[in-house]
Design a protein around this ligand. Structure first.
Ligand SMILES: [Zn+2]
Length: 409
């Protein structure tokens, strides 16, 4: 019989058994090591010779260790027991949850175990933790001017605010922190999410669950009958929810929604491709915030150097002063040799003024809208990234990785 997992209430970091040492309790040390490295995901992948352990840290996958078939089987049993899953081998994916208490943080670990052929199974564990400091825009790194645009859009309490970016770019955190700019205790705030990632105090959070018949669209319809002041949608993926979301914003509700798009101009078309007419987008959208995440340089080991001529030109072309020095990632004990520690968001914050709303209503081409944003001095994410490189927060290599461009050779 599988032994049930005793999860210690607190564990000092120096008591964690490193992954390259013999593992008396592989599951416990895999989770603690992941938390210690600030990993968001743990992957246990079935491979030929056993189970390969990988962590995702600051968006990047790192291979950690290969367990033998025997160790792998023991680990997988521990995972299934902890997540209260069917312990016998299963032919369908199973999902479960583990509560993982640690001092004053309560972490939720969402577990998915899938069959991986030849009697093997793979697993994914997503580590979710509620931020101790609550949801706040102050940590996100907005300029004072941007924060003013955001606050005034939120406090007008109507219209659509779109937060766009790639998967895993931190859109949900931004949406919650925006909602927290208004006093939620005095409002009826609802969210429909797939899945609910974090707990937002004073909001009624509904989880879309298509397998049991609750689609995003149905959830939204229900919320709109429940007298909401503020509606949060995470995220808009289908035509019906796109249209209902935009119409709710036109009818005098404040709607915050996340959507997959690469930048602010692309966000308008992402909504249009889902079937929302340009005149509704032009009439409802008040603000578009496009974002991405970059890794922060480890402040203990970042290496200073003079930027090359080509790198300096990047700053000058962006109308920025070229910095005297920039920093590269190196790697030390403090950052587990990654060279980076933690994340910083880069933003493009496009306030939709009446002129821009007209252009959108007229169906302006995406590239022309992008040019228009530059003309009215809305910084692109790349420019925001360059500012963060000049400030030594991140490296230029990290900006290349995230923004998909290169200095001219
Ligand atoms: Zn370091």
């Amino acid at each position: 019989m599988a032994k049930s997992i005793e999860i210690s209430k607190t564990k000092k970091k120096n008591e964690i058994v490193p992954l390259n040492a013999p593992q008396p309790d592989p599951f416990n040390s895999i989770v603690w090591n992941a938390i210690y490295e600030n990993a968001t995901d743990i992957h246990l992948n079935a491979v030929d010779r056993g189970i390969l352990i990988l962590y995702r840290v600051d968006g990047i996958i790192h291979e950690k260790r290969l367990l033998s078939e025997n160790e792998g089987r023991q680990l997988m049993n521990q995972v299934k027991t902890a997540a209260k899953l069917n312990a016998t081998k299963s032919f369908i994916p199973q999902e479960g949850q583990i509560k993982w208490p640690d001092e004053d943080i309560l972490r939720d670990i969402r577990v998915t175990v899938v069959p991986a052929g030849k009697n093997a199974e793979s697993a994914h564990m997503r580590i979710l933790s509620f931020p101790q400091e609550g949801w706040s825009t102050s940590k996100l790194g907005f300029s004072e001017e941007d924060l003013e645009s955001i606050s005034s859009a939120i406090n007008s309490m109507n219209g659509l605010i779109l937060i766009s970016g790639a998967t895993g770019s931190g859109k949900t955190s931004t949406m919650y922190s925006f909602a927290s700019l208004t006093d939620l205790r005095t409002k009826m705030a609802f969210s429909i999410e797939d899945p609910v990632e974090f707990n937002l105090p004073y909001a009624q959070q509904i989880e879309a669950d298509e397998r049991h018949g609750l689609t995003m669209y149905q959830g939204l319809q229900t919320i709109l009958r429940m007298d909401p002041d503020l509606v949060m949608v995470g995220e808009i993926r289908d035509r019906d929810s796109a249209i209902v979301t935009s119409r709710a914003a036109l009818s005098g509700k404040l709607v915050l929604a996340t959507i997959h798009a690469k930048d602010a101009a692309g966000t308008v078309d992402a909504l249009h491709y889902l079937g929302v007419p340009y005149y509704i987008i032009g009439g409802s959208v008040k603000l578009i915030v496009a974002q991405n995440l970059m890794r922060r340089l480890c402040q203990k080991c970042a290496e200073e150097r003079t930027p090359s001529k080509e790198e300096k030109e990047l700053f000058i072309e962006a109308n920025l002063e070229a910095p005297e020095k920039i920093f590269d990632a190196k790697g030390c004990k403090a950052c587990n040799s990654y060279g980076y520690q933690g994340l910083v968001a880069i933003f493009e914050i496009a306030k939709i003024d009446p002129d821009t709303a007209h252009l959108i209503t007229d169906g302006i081409h995406q590239q022309q809208l992008r040019d228009h944003f530059r003309k009215i001095e809305i910084n692109s994410m790349m420019v925001d990234g360059l500012i963060k490189v000049a400030q030594g927060i991140t490296s230029i290599d990290e900006l290349y990785r995230v923004c998909d461009f290169k200095a001219k050779d």
